[in-house]
Design a protein around this ligand. Structure first.
Ligand code: SAM
Length: 346
């Protein structure tokens, strides 16, 4: 009888079998966030400073061949979904070519993109053709002045253009909006954001602001919690919870009047580490098993020093085995990671 297993499972061409990426708590890694650049064209206040940025030197950023090799290996180890992020992923030259190569990797079932949307209208058709099927656009306000204050760039019209283009592009099955929830800001933006999302038939998700700003200025009181937002939104449009999908970052609620859904990524107030299935690869080739980890696994150096697939796989499985239980934001003595969200890849 023919062996129905994949070539990798049969042990060819190398002995890197389809060993699941399982950590010490039994969680299996299936989702990879790939930061394709640390460079960003916005300066969101909760992420980056306003100063001239010292971006990563070009020679430490992974090139397309290196990225494809690492993602191929991760796919052989069980990764099934890839989210392209950054920095701002759309500033990486020839991104569609890279996406096309990732889409061709055996085992990869879905490619999504997280972007600030500024360059989306220009690139979305090529990206869809290359294999991107889902797009998340980050937008914290639909008011041009507030948007410019929050991002330090007056570019809301470009973002709106990008959202509309993504919605109109064949092959893009889903467009979502992500808004960071910040006390003192989002109370005033939430209703307009929700009204916009409902009118455009988009799912909006609020993400509690996390201690991942480059300046390390985050305070627990900066977080406008999912609970508080649900109260604000629910007063205007009653909402009811849907069952949480396994490993999902968001808890999703539906509007009682049939006006779609709204999600809450309550990373701080209601952490969802228990079934986390995510890994992150930074633009300089460091594997991170938790957003809040202090340690990273240097795949770039190993790869450039000539490691073979078995050697790289051993580094990856070792890193996953050691994955920490979760973030420790609420523990006394909590220290945020040295990198900001933009240099990790959100
Ligand atoms: N530039 C792209 C974008 O804006 O979507 C991709 C990278 S960005 C770092 C990914 C996501 O992280 C965005 O939705 C952004 O709002 C979010 N983010 C950045 N800093 C954050 C923080 N301190 N807390 C929560 N979310 C944050």
């Amino acid at each position: 009888m023919a062996d129905a297993r994949t070539p990798a499972a049969r042990g060819t061409p190398s002995a890197v079998a389809a060993a699941p990426l399982v950590d010490g708590y039994g969680r299996v890694a299936r989702d990879l966030r790939v930061s394709v650049t640390d460079v960003c064209n916005l300066r969101c206040r909760y992420c980056l400073p306003d100063e001239a940025m010292a971006w990563l030197p070009r020679n430490v950023r992974l090139d397309d061949d290196e990225l494809v090799r690492i993602v191929s290996l991760l796919a052989r180890l069980g990764v099934r979904t890839v989210r392209i992020t950054g920095g701002e992923p759309l500033v990486r030259p020839k991104l569609a070519g890279l996406v096309e190569r990732i889409a061709a990797i055996a085992g990869i079932e879905e490619i999504s993109l997280t972007t600030n949307g500024v360059l989306l209208a220009r690139h979305v058709a090529a990206l869809a053709e290359a294999g991107v099927s889902r797009v998340n656009v980050s937008m914290d306000s639909v008011d041009p002045q507030r948007f410019a204050e929050l991002t330090r760039r007056d570019l809301l019209p470009k973002v709106l253009e990008g959202i509309a283009a993504a919605q109109a592009t064949p092959g893009i099955d889903q467009v979502k909006i992500n808004a960071v929830a910040m006390r003192g800001v989002t109370e005033h933006e939430a209703i307009d954001l929700v009204a916009f999302a409902r009118a455009q038939d988009l799912q909006l998700r609020f993400i509690e602001v996390m201690p991942l700003d480059a300046g390390h200025r985050w305070q627990p009181t900066d977080v406008l919690t999912a609970d508080e937002l649900r109260a604000i939104i629910g007063r205007r449009w009653p909402i009811a919870p849907l069952e949480r999908a396994p490993s999902s970052t968001a808890t999703v609620f539906r509007f009682a009047d049939g006006g779609g859904e709204v999600g809450f990524i309550a990373s701080v107030s209601e952490p969802f580490c228990a079934d986390c299935d995510r890994l992150r690869l930074t633009a300089d080739g460091q594997l991170r098993t938790c957003l809040f980890a202090h340690g990273e696994t240097d795949l770039r150096s190993a790869l450039r020093d000539g490691a073979d697939d078995e050697g790289l796989a051993a580094l990856i499985t070792g890193a996953v085995a050691d994955k920490q239980w979760g973030h420790e934001i609420h523990r006394p003595g909590f220290r945020p990671p040295a990198r900001s969200m933009s240099s990790i890849g959100g």
